[in-house]
Design a protein around this ligand. Sequence first.
Ligand SMILES: [Zn+2]
Length: 93
Amino acid sequence: MILVFQNTFKLGFNVIKIRGGNLVSKKPSKAFKACLKCKALVAVEVEACPICGSKDFSTEWSGIVIVLDPEKSVVAKLLGIKTPGRYAIKVGA
Ligand SMILES: [Zn+2]
């Protein structure tokens, strides 16, 4: 199950807990870029992906999923995520 907020949050990084150990939120800002290889979201000033080491990023992404426990997360399996962290649901324009 993937749940993405359509509301616009005015402050910070609001998240909701859903079943399967995921937290999902609408993107809070363009302060993040998404790794093209593994979809990890990192700060724009980061040069190499902390998850996979790739240096290819895109600022065109939508949806955030925060994976806390990849073992229990259906979403993590769907997205091929094996490392806890913050990921974009969709990368690319
Ligand atoms: Zn990566």
